[in-house]
Design a protein around this ligand. Structure first.
Ligand SMILES: Cc1cc2nc3c(=O)[nH]c(=O)nc-3n(C[C@H](O)[C@H](O)[C@H](O)COP(=O)(O)OP(=O)(O)OC[C@H]3O[C@@H](n4cnc5c(N)ncnc54)[C@H](O)[C@@H]3O)c2cc1C
Ligand code: SF4
Length: 472
């Protein structure tokens, strides 16, 4: 374990952010890493619990106490090997994971969990700096061809695992670059995109072939892929956004978050914006509808673009400041959280529903709202309006886009409209077709996508070879 008395002697200390007044001037990451000494101290706080709840809290089951101990004793390279045995892309999760592991850490019972996510990030960043992460080219080729539709974290994790098992892996991606929501959804200030390019370089050297600007189902029939490969994995994400069918929805200036965010990511990466209408918050009163991660990303992006004001409304009531540990631990608790973007200057309001948008000359000018009770029923006399030149709908995603899958192969969907496949074999109703990530489980997290990609690779390898040594 770390230091036996570490948790008694050393206070929790986490990475800090650059001041908001500085960081809103650019789109770069702004988290300030801890020094090597401070990271070792934080790792020393791990108690190596008899039952390490953090293992289960982490969707990829990272062996957290093991690498905490290695970091404490200076065994960084071994820590990196251990970390990569369960997680293909810790530099992504070390930046954007909400860290359910920390919620389940025993020290979270006193609100001082081990800074697991920061230690994870320190291990992998150091591993890249030291040159420990090199392509792991398979020692033999199986002669089996696998097609993967979608290059988000689920598709990438599956591709890397299968290439390392000696299969010929082809990834088909409708965008010009790989990464899925890591590249075009999550803003650069949370995760800079050269991190993805560096991993792609490793994967290409391991033999993964990427085919860009190919929308399967449009430019290429899905059936063609099925006919020309030994297995096909569907990892197309969950891209149908939840809409708000209220009067005035068709006014100019009301957009889905995912029409807005990718434009800025493309600008930062000097990619063509590919949009009929540039959507920019500069000089505008912005209202973000939806209180989750996507909403936060809209706030941070709007603030950096120079919005006059940003207001975020949420239909759910304001959660409690502090959870009741006896009821929630080791699970992820519902409690009031403030993201770095929300800190940067957004007004937040809860238990508010949008009734309509009103506009002038076809452009939105106001959002008309009402407060709601716990059953979301409007409370009479609480109507109010918000000034709005730009409204961003960030209310989540209802389902994947599955027309090609259903039309061409008759793949069965589950009652929520996701591609139906269980969490053991990840097999769909179509012969030799598998599904993983948001396309199978619905809108989720990067770390869950990585887990599903890895587990699908295990299942596909077993399906093709009769047995597998790939971990689940
Ligand atoms: C704005 C935003 C911010 C988020 N922030 C976080 C965060 O901070 N932390 C976190 O853990 N999670 C976050 N999430 C959720 C997370 O990004 C997703 O859960 C995760 O990316 C899902 O991975 P995936 O591989 O299943 O799908 P995706 O990342 O959606 O990738 C799917 C890929 O498939 C491609 N594709 C789809 N259809 C086709 C087709 N027919 N042909 C070819 N290619 C196709 C898409 O272009 C895309 O590249 C966020 C989501 C959004 C929208
Ligand atoms: S991947 Fe997420 S849950 Fe797992 S150890 Fe890292 S931060 Fe924690």
């Amino acid at each position: 374990m770390g230091k036996v008395t570490g948790f008694l002697e050393i206070d929790r200390q986490d990475r800090r952010y650059a001041p908001a007044s500085d960081r809103i001037r650019h789109f770069k990451e702004f988290v300030i890493p801890l020094s090597e000494e401070a990271t070792k101290d934080q790792a020393a706080r791990c108690m190596n619990c008899g039952i390490p709840y953090c293992h289960n809290g982490c969707p990829v089951n990272n062996q957290i106490p093991d690498w905490n101990d290695l970091v404490y004793h200076g065994g960084w390279e071994e820590a990196s090997r251990n970390l990569h045995s369960t997680n293909n892309f810790p530099e992504f999760t070390g930046r954007v994971c909400p860290a359910p592991c920390e919620a389940s850490c025993t020290l979270n019972l006193t609100d001082t969990p081990v800074t697991i996510k920061s230690i994870e990030c320190a291990i992998v960043d150091r591993a890249w700096e030291e040159g420990w992460l090199v392509p792991e080219v398979a020692s033999h080729q199986t002669g089996k061809r696998i097609a993967i539709v979608g290059s988000g974290p689920a598709g990438l994790a599956a591709a890397q695992q299968l290439a390392r098992a000696g299969h010929e892996v082809h990834v088909y991606e409708k965008n010009g670059k790989a990464g899925g929501l890591l590249r075009y959804g999550i803003p650069d200030f949370k995760m800079e995109k050269p991190l993805i390019d560096r991993r792609l370089g490793q994967m290409e050297a391991e033999g993964v072939v990427f085919h860009y600007n190919v929308e399967v189902g449009k430019q290429m029939a899905l059936k063609e892929l099925v006919d020309s490969h030994d297995a096909v994995i569907l990892a197309g994400g969950s891209e149908k956004p939840r809409d708000l069918a209220v009067p005035g929805r068709d006014l100019k200036g009301v957009h889905f978050a995912m029409d807005f965010l990718p434009q800025q990511n493309r600008r930062v990466s000097h990619e063509p914006v590919n949009a009929n209408e540039p959507i920019v918050a500069q000089g505008k009163h912005v209202v973000v509808i939806g209180g989750g991660d996507t909403g936060s990303d809209c706030i941070g992006t709007s603030v950096r673009q120079g919005a006059l004001s940003v207001t975020q409304i949420e239909i759910m009531p304001q959660p409690p400041e502090k959870e009741n540990k006896a009821l929630t631990w080791p699970n992820w608790p519902l409690k009031m959280r403030t993201s770095s973007s929300q800190e940067e200057g957004a007004e937040r309001d809860f238990a508010v529903n949008t009734v309509s948008f009103t506009g002038e000359d076809g452009h939105v000018k106001e959002l008309n709202c009402v407060r709601v009770d716990e059953s979301f029923k409007p409370i009479a006399g609480t109507e109010f309006s918000l000034k709005a030149d730009l409204v961003l709908l960030a209310m989540g995603f209802v389902a994947p886009v599955t027309e090609a899958v259903v039309n061409e192969l008759g793949v069965k969907l589950d009652p929520r409209g996701n591609v139906a496949a269980d969490m053991v074999a990840y097999k769909t109703s179509a012969e030799k077709v598998f599904a993983c990530g948001d396309m199978r489980r619905g809108q989720s997290l990067v770390v869950w996508a990585i887990r599903e990609g890895r587990q699908t690779a295990h299942s596909v390898d077993k399906f093709l070879m009769g047995s597998t040594t790939l971990p689940r």
